[in-house]
Design a binder for this molecule. Structure first.
Ligand SMILES: NC(=O)c1ccc[n+]([C@@H]2O[C@H](COP(=O)([O-])OP(=O)(O)OC[C@H]3O[C@@H](n4cnc5c(N)ncnc54)[C@H](OP(=O)(O)O)[C@@H]3O)[C@@H](O)[C@H]2O)c1
Length: 288
């Protein structure tokens, strides 16, 4: 039986894996939170891997606070770069497969069409720079496995755009949402299922580290995303389109970072963003 260790078990993706784990046959999952397995602590990582002996690690651990990262670049780098380097070294030495999750923010958003895996990276904020540093460290060490770049992740867990819109719609009659940043939402359940399909295919993995792009299908603005949330939930809240320059944030955001998720049959079928949003909004638990 395949043994898969999930880091960052209490984050959006980690929690989604916990939910799906019970219905996955032939895989034994081990879940670790940031105290049980701090990926920045090389000795602790070594100890956990010696005890648990997984065949595959899925790294769901990350420093994801995009604005706070501008003020805490060292902390963001420690988790998103050094932590990934630790895992990659350990996986390489012990022949463990590593599935690492990265981001569309490794790109500058200026391309004008969906990004391909081989497009040049050029992050414009600290979070993106630290995530790219993690990717490059993993590629340099080259363990068997992959880097999955994803975007605009939401779920019923943690903090995300969908939950924020639902909360704001209860507090206000109208919400301002930026309409000049485009990307593709990714429902964490779809991403976790893509990772599971990759795990089940472990026999066919190529040697070394591959990069994949995975998101839901469709490119939209945050404004369109918010509008659709109100349409599906039938919440009577006016969504007003604004320009990014009127919504100041600490970190700069790239304009258009949609990822081209084709052709990646290994990650399973792509799901349209609206279909997944409907499913998420029908889930009662966790949504305020
Ligand atoms: N959210 C998005 O919109 C988005 C977009 C593109 C890519 N991604 C990528 O997708 C992946 C999953 O994101 P997510 O939304 O599930 O993130 P999340 O909800 O912020 O969860 C991150 C998890 O990482 C844990 N963590 C932080 N530092 C750690 C450390 N040193 N050692 C071990 N665990 C640590 C956190 O635990 P504590 O709470 O205990 O600190 C938290 O449970 C990340 O790689 C992220 O960069 C996310």
């Amino acid at each position: 039986m395949l043994k898969v260790l999930i880091t960052g078990k209490n984050g959006q993706l980690g929690s989604t894996f916990q939910e799906l784990a019970t219905s996955v046959a032939d895989i034994e999952f081990i879940f670790k939170d940031s105290k049980e397995l701090d990926i920045t602590d090389f000795k602790q990582v070594e100890g956990v891997l010696s005890t648990d002996k997984p065949n595959i690690i899925v790294n769901c651990a990350a420093y994801t606070a995009v604005d706070r990262a501008e003020e805490e670049p060292e902390q963001a780098d420690l988790v998103n770069h050094i932590g990934v380097k630790n895992l990659a070294m350990m996986c390489k030495n012990r022949n463990i497969g590593l599935i690492h999750i990265s981001t569309d923010y490794v790109f500058d958003g200026e391309k004008g069409s969906p990004y391909e895996v081989a497009d040049p990276t050029n992050p414009i904020n600290v979070y993106g720079k630290t995530k790219l540093a993690g990717e490059l460290a993993m590629q340099a060490i080259n363990p068997n496995g992959c880097i999955i770049r994803t975007s605009w992740v939401y779920s019923k867990y943690g903090s995300n755009f969908v939950k924020t819109m639902l909360r704001l719609s209860k507090e206000k009659d109208e919400i301002n949402v930026v309409a000049d940043q485009y990307g593709s939402p990714t429902y964490a359940t779809d991403l976790a299922n893509a990772c599971i399909s990759l795990m089940k295919n472990v026999e066919n993995w190529k040697d070394g580290t591959e990069i994949y792009h995975y998101s839901n299908e469709g490119v939209i603005s945050w404004y369109e995303f918010a509008k659709e949330i109100m349409v599906i939930t039938k919440i009577n809240c006016n969504v007003i389109a604004i320009e990014s320059k009127k919504f100041k944030t600490l970190a700069r955001r790239p304009k258009r970072t949609a990822l081209n998720p084709h052709p990646q049959k290994i990650l399973g079928n792509l799901v349209n963003w609206k279909e997944s949003l409907v499913i998420n909004l029908k889930e009662k638990d966790g949504l305020e």
